[in-house]
Ligand binder design. Structure first.
Ligand SMILES: Nc1ncnc2c1ncn2[C@@H]1O[C@H](COP(=O)(O)OP(=O)(O)O)[C@@H](O)[C@H]1O
Ligand SMILES: [Mg+2]
Length: 465
């Protein structure tokens, strides 16, 4: 048989066809043997072509199938990994598919859920209902963060639900997809967060309070130290005056008793009446001076505790600087060398009490930095130009490390031990100065030590008059 001369695989369809058809030449009746063979060859070729086509189609189909399976696996993986509940329903609200999170939430398998009406899954106490879902979908709207109560084995569970219609490839709505996020967890996370926040706020308030108390303590210590001098002055003079008064009274008693000239002269010498009389005026002047100093300190204290509701006004910046240095440095570091160089007059505009607080903080930091270091010296220089008054405070401490220079104004930044620093001083200063439309800068002096520069508005020329 000529056809057998062709090299064909054993399981080729042709082999099968031949087997089925029996003798090939007998299939085409009436044909001459050679013609019949030709016809067979043509048929067999056609079959081979068709077969090859089929094989290639099958390969293609298998590849597509693989891709499809992969895509399905991917989607199933995604849906399975979702922590949110996924419920797919048909348009009548009958469950078609759910993910693992939904299985877990409802405590049953997907097979138990499929086919059940959506209404079965929603608790009777739920504000939003299955009916609402169908109505929203019928009007072609989406469900956005709607609060549902699902009926779970653990009891009613609040769930925030988003939902939309599902479309087929031709764009026809074929179902509803609902995604729900249990609110219990979110609520718990939220309340934990709120509690942590409250705690933090409370701690901050405590620290701010601690800083306030510390400043107040320093202020009181400084003022007490300042008052101590004039008060002891008054006290010493009062004692002297008492001695003078005793002598004068003793002498007057003799005068009134009608003592003779000789007795009076002896008493005058014994009681040192002449010196006592000469001392009276300076003793009284001393007392008065001391009392005036006390009055001035109290006046300063009152001025610097003026409250913010007062309108900003021009004030004597020089007095603010001097009292701040007096109250902080003198009491804490008696042998500190202090050099103050300020122009005259030296004024600014704002709230003197607040600027006094800033100055006290700057001096306090300088004193802290120089504590225990030999040759401590505080240098304060003032300049006034172009509507700005500038004060620089330089100390002979170790200076501020470059790495932290940018952080010294941050609230709670401190390099001091617990109980000594709160890290709030400079951040409060910064805020006060900013409220005054001023600036506060921290730097280091090339010869060592920190330099803090405070820039404030100076009053306009006419206001000075
Ligand atoms: N004059 C200074 N010399 C060196 N370091 C300073 C000086 N002033 C401030 N600092 C640094 O800035 C930090 C923050 O200061 P501050 O806000 O006043 O808080 P506190 O004084 O409570 O630490 C200080 O801990 C210190 O490290
Ligand atoms: Mg400080």
């Amino acid at each position: 048989m000529p056809a057998q001369g062709q090299d064909l695989p054993k399981d080729s369809p042709r082999a099968g066809a031949r087997a089925l058809g029996g003798e090939a030449s007998s299939v085409i009746p009436g044909a001459a043997p050679a013609e019949a063979d030709q016809a067979w060859i043509a048929v067999i070729r056609k079959m081979d072509e068709t077969y090859a086509e089929l094989v290639s189609q099958q390969v293609e189909l298998e590849a597509k199938n693989d891709a499809l399976e992969e895509a399905q696996g991917f989607i199933a993986g995604l849906v399975g990994a979702m922590t949110d509940l996924l419920i797919a329903c048909d348009l009548s609200g009958r469950v078609e598919q759910v993910n693992r999170a939904a299985e877990r939430a409802f405590g049953v398998t997907a097979d138990d859920l499929v086919g059940r009406p959506l209404a079965d899954l929603i608790d009777r106490s739920s504000r939003a209902t299955a009916q609402d879902v169908l109505a929203t979908m019928a009007s072609r709207r989406r469900i956005v963060d709607s609060e549902f109560t699902f009926a779970t084995p653990e009891g009613p569970e609040q769930v925030a639900v988003n939902g939309a219609l599902r479309f087929d490839t031709r764009g026809r709505a074929v179902g509803i997809v609902l995604v729900g996020r249990p609110l219990g967890e979110l609520r718990r996370a939220y309340s934990d967060l709120a509690a942590a926040h409250e705690h933090l706020k409370h701690t901050q308030q405590q620290l701010v309070h601690a800083e306030k108390m510390a400043s107040l303590g320093r202020l009181v210590a400084g003022v007490a130290h300042e008052l101590n001098n004039p008060i002891s002055f008054v006290y010493g003079n009062a004692h002297a005056l008492k001695r003078h008064a005793d002598r004068l009274v003793a002498y007057l008693d003799q005068v009134h008793a009608g003592a003779d000239q000789a007795a009076l002269a002896a008493a005058r010498a014994a009681l040192r009446i002449d010196r006592t009389r000469a001392d009276l005026a300076p003793t009284l002047a001393g007392m008065l001076e001391g009392a005036e100093r006390v009055r001035d300190i109290v006046a300063d204290l009152r001025r610097f505790s003026s409250d913010q509701r007062e309108a900003p006004s021009p004030f004597d910046l020089a007095a603010v600087v001097r009292t701040a240095v007096d109250w902080v440095a003198k009491s804490q570091m008696p042998d500190l060398a202090i050099a103050i160089d300020l122009p005259e007059p030296f004024e600014s505009v704002g709230h003197p009490g607040h600027i006094h607080q800033v100055m006290m903080n700057l001096v306090q930091n300088a004193v802290d930095a120089m504590e225990g270091r030999p040759g401590a010296r505080l240098e304060i220089t003032g300049t006034s130009a172009q509507g700005r008054a500038r004060v620089t405070v330089r100390d002979t401490g170790p200076g501020i490390a470059d790495a932290v220079l940018g952080r010294v104004f941050d609230p709670f930044f401190t390099t001091k031990p617990v109980g000594k620093g709160t890290g709030l001083g400079l951040s409060i200063c910064y805020r006060i100065v900013a409220e005054h439309q001023g600036a506060l800068d921290a730097a280091n002096h090339p010869e060592g030590g920190a330099v803090m520069t405070l820039t404030l508005p100076a009053p306009p020329a006419e206001a000075k008059e």
